[in-house]
Write a new protein. Structure first.
Length: 404
C-alpha cells in the first residue's frame, strides 16, 4: 500500500511538488519562528538572572510576601550555618549575601526614594554578567563608601561620576542614620523599572547604616539556569526547617511568566494559521486528484476493495506528501536557522526593558518535531474529506465519472 501510494503521488510530479513545497515552507517557517521565540525567552531569562535575581534566593519566611516589617525582622540569623548547608549541592557556584532596604538618596539639591542593595562585590561578579556598566566602574571589595546608581536614578538626580550623595535610612531603633557616598558608576539592567529606583553599595556600608551585622538575602549562583528548579526543590525542606524560604528566579519576577505566556499564545495562533493554510492546500490538491482518478477508484471498488481500503489509500497518499514535505521543511528550517544564528538579528529592547540584544534561532528536537507534526497533521486532515467522499461513492457512479 505504501509503495502504491508513493507511485500515485509521483504520477503528478508538478502538483505533488507544489503541495510538498507548501508543506515544507510551512514547516520551515514554524521552525524559524519557534526557534526565534525560544531564543528570546532564553535570553530574557539569562538577563533577569544575571542582572537582578541570581538563580535562587533564600530569605526569612515572610520576606518575599512582604509580611515582615522592618529590616531587623528579616535578617538571617545564622548565615554561616545556612551557607554550609547550601554548599553541599553540586550545582552551586557561589552564595552571595545581600542586604536590601528602602532609603532616601539626596544629592544636596533634591532627594528620591530608592531601593538600596548592600552587596559583596567579588561574589556578585558571578551573578551580574548581564548588568551593563554605563559610566565609571563597578564596586570593589576595597570600597567602603562607594555607590553605583541605576540609570533612572542617575538621570533623575543628575548624578555624575565623583558626585557625593547622602543615603538616609531609619534604623531598627527608630533613629535616622545618614552616610555620605561617592558615586563611582551607573548601571543598566534588563528592567527599566528596577533601574529607576535601585542603587548598590558595599555590604559593610549597608550594615553600618542599618546597625546590623547580618543580611536578609542569600543569592545562589548555579552552574546553569536549568538547575534552578531542581536545586530549589532539594533545598526547600531543610531551609523551611530553619525558618527560611526559597524562591527560584522566575518566582521573583512576574514579568517573565507573563511574557512567556504571551509568546506561547502568539506562537499557538501562528501554528493554527499555518495548519489551516496547509490543510486547504492539501485538500485542494487531493480533491483534484481524486476527481481525476474517480474511474480508478471505481475499478478498485468493483474488484472487491472496500470503502475503508479506498479511504486508507487516499489517506496514505496524503501521509506520503506530508512526510516528504515535512522532512524537506525540517532540513531547510535547520539549515536556515544555523545560517541566521551565525549572523545574528539585532533586536531593540523588549517592553519595560533597557537592553537590546542579538537574537538567534534555537533549534531543539521539540521545535523540529512540533513543526513536522503540524505539517503531517495538515496533510492528513486535508485528506479526510476527499477520502471520505470517494470511499462512499457508488461503484456505478464512480465508473461513469471515470468514463466521462
Amino acid at each position: 500500500m505504501l509503495a502504491l501510494a508513493t507511485r500515485n503521488v509521483l504520477r503528478q510530479k508538478v502538483r505533488a511538488g507544489i503541495t510538498a513545497g507548501a508543506i515544507a515552507f510551512g514547516v520551515a517557517g514554524l521552525i524559524l519562528s519557534g526557534g526565534f521565540v525560544a531564543d528570546m525567552v532564553a535570553q530574557l531569562a539569562e538577563a533577569i538572572v544575571h542582572s537582578q535575581t541570581g538563580h535562587v534566593q533564600v530569605a526569612r519566611a515572610g520576606f518575599f510576601d512582604g509580611r515582615l516589617r522592618g529590616v531587623e525582622s528579616a535578617v538571617i540569623e545564622d548565615r554561616r550555618k545556612t551557607e554550609a548547608a547550601l554548599r553541599g549541592d553540586a550545582s552551586l557556584r557561589e552564595v552571595a549575601g545581600r542586604l536590601s532596604f528602602p532609603a532616601l538618596l539626596n544629592n544636596g539639591r533634591t532627594d528620591a526614594p530608592v531601593l538600596a542593595e548592600g552587596i559583596e562585590p567579588t561574589k556578585e561578579r558571578a551573578l551580574d554578567g548581564n548588568l551593563q556598566l554605563l559610566e565609571g566602574r563597578r564596586l570593589d571589595d576595597a570600597d567602603r563608601f562607594a555607590l553605583m546608581a541605576g540609570e533612572g536614578v542617575a538621570r533623575r538626580l543628575a548624578l555624575n561620576i565623583g558626585d557625593r550623595v547622602d543615603l538616609v535610612v531609619a534604623t531598627a531603633g527608630g533613629a535616622v542614620n545618614v552616610l555620605d557616598f561617592e558615586v563611582v558608576g551607573t548601571f543598566r539592567t534588563i528592567s527599566r523599572e528596577f533601574d529607576a529606583r535601585a542603587v548598590r553599595l558595599p555590604l559593610a556600608a549597608a550594615q553600618t547604616l542599618l546597625d546590623t551585622s547580618g543580611v536578609n538575602l542569600l543569592v545562589l549562583s548555579l552552574a546553569e539556569t536549568a538547575a534552578a528548579d531542581p536545586v530549589r526543590q532539594r533545598i526547600d525542606a531543610p531551609m523551611r526547617a530553619a525558618g527560611l524560604e526559597v524562591r527560584a528566579w522566575h518566582e521573583l519576577n512576574d514579568f517573565y511568566p507573563k511574557t512567556v505566556a504571551l509568546f506561547e499564545r502568539q506562537f499557538g495562533v501562528l501554528q493554527a494559521i499555518i495548519l489551516l493554510m496547509l490543510l486547504l492546500s492539501v485538500a485542494n490538491t487531493l480533491n483534484i486528484s481524486v476527481f481525476e482518478r474517480m474511474g480508478e477508484f471505481g475499478t478498485m471498488r468493483a474488484l472487491g476493495a472496500t470503502g475503508s481500503k479506498v479511504f486508507a489509500a487516499v489517506l496514505l497518499e496524503a501521509a506520503v506528501l506530508g512526510i516528504a514535505g515535512g522532512l524537506l521543511g525540517a532540513a531547510a528550517g535547520v539549515s536556515l536557522a544555523a545560517l541566521i544564528s551565525a549572523v545574528g538579528i539585532p533586536m531593540p529592547p523588549p517592553p519595560n526593558a533597557n537592553l537590546g540584544y542579538t537574537a538567534r534561532i534555537v533549534v531543539t528536537p521539540a521545535i523540529v518535531g512540533s513543526a513536522f507534526g503540524v505539517g503531517l497533521a495538515a496533510a492528513l486532515l486535508g485528506a479526510v474529506l476527499p477520502a471520505a467522499r470517494v470511499s462512499r461513492i457508488r461503484i456505478v457512479e464512480a465508473l461513469r465519472q471515470g468514463a466521462c
